[in-house]
Ligand binder design. Structure first.
Ligand SMILES: NC(=O)c1ccc[n+]([C@@H]2O[C@H](COP(=O)([O-])OP(=O)(O)OC[C@H]3O[C@@H](n4cnc5c(N)ncnc54)[C@H](OP(=O)(O)O)[C@@H]3O)[C@@H](O)[C@H]2O)c1
Length: 272
């Protein structure tokens, strides 16, 4: 598996998303993914599944250094005390003594960004997480975090797939040496049925979902975290690495309309 290295991290570029996986279904899906070879798990306090992920990880016997776990603090908890409490609760639920990557899940309207980032840095310096980052930060806010606050963040986790243009924030992140983690890489499953991707997939003896994932994996400084509960989907997503897209495929994907945002809650920032 190809890795991303940044700020002391060395993580698989393809991980398992876990939003909407809960309870026993979550524990079983994560155990199955670990058995298939996944070593990068994405969760958040908001997903209410960290205890089940912790149980699956503990039972797997996988060495801590071989595993990457990302978690996130919810936007309503972004005071210094709130962030620390959330981080400690995530660690307890996950049965871990440190996270690999801890993210601000969403910017909060009117938040004190310097204070929040300063707390994140402190958690990192105390060893509660190996690295810190943000999520759902459009370019202007990312610039503020990097250039004004000068926070040592390594990543921005954002929605990114073949139907959404993210070139502004991607260009800025790359310029500053940050990586981007693409969430909803399958547009919440919709891309598994997409007609253009289906035509490209047929040519390669692959599936539309695999084409969507390989298009992302072919781009530099991108990690990808498809959520899959079913074993077949988990295995198929790992096998996306084996497809080779050609110039014609890339041109057809480039020509798709890129305005479809799947995640846009009322508290979202003003997007690029
Ligand atoms: N930072 C944020 O604000 C944020 C927001 C949203 C998501 N995320 C993270 O990103 C992860 C991924 O996003 P997402 O879960 O919203 O959407 P997604 O990964 O784009 O799509 C997930 C859906 O695709 C289906 N699927 C997966 N692999 C497939 C395959 N090979 N063939 C056909 N269908 C397939 C899954 O079905 P089955 O489960 O039935 O297999 C599921 O219904 C989340 O789980 C979460 O970890 C972060």
């Amino acid at each position: 598996m190809e890795k991303i290295t940044a700020g002391g991290l060395r993580m698989d570029r393809l991980g398992l998303g876990t939003f909407r996986l809960q309870g026993e279904a979550c524990r079983a899906a994560v155990a199955q993914a670990l058995a298939l070879g996944y070593r990068h798990i994405d969760t958040a306090e908001m997903y209410a599944n960290e205890a089940e992920i912790g149980a699956a990880v503990a039972a797997s016997g996988i060495t801590r250094d071989d595993l990457h776990v990302t978690s996130k603090v919810w936007w309503e908890h972004l005071t210094p005390d709130g962030i620390r409490r959330a981080c400690e609760a995530s660690l307890r639920a996950l049965r871990l003594d440190h996270l690999d990557l801890y993210l601000i899940h969403w910017p909060a309207p009117g938040m004190d960004l310097p204070a929040a980032l300063e707390t994140m840095v402190r958690l990192r310096d105390e060893g509660l997480t190996r690295a810190i980052g943000v999520s759902n930060f459009p370019t202007a806010l990312l610039r503020e975090a990097v250039e004004t606050v000068r926070a040592p963040i390594v990543c921005n986790q954002i929605e990114y797939h073949v139907l959404l243009d993210q070139s502004a924030v991607l260009t800025y992140a790359r310029e500053k040496g940050l990586f981007v983690t693409a969430y909803c890489p399958l547009a919440q499953g919709r891309l598994a049925e997409h007609p253009t991707l289906a035509e490209i997939a047929k040519k390669h003896g692959a599936t539309p979902a695999q084409v969507a994932l390989k298009w992302l994996l072919d781009q530099p400084a991108i990690a990808v975290i498809p959520k899959a509960g079913r074993r077949e989907s988990q295995a198929a997503n790992l096998a996306a690495w084996n497809i080779t897209l050609d110039d014609d495929d890339r041109a057809r994907i480039k020509a798709l309309p890129k305005t479809q945002r799947c995640v846009n809650p009322p508290f979202a920032p003003k997007w690029d």
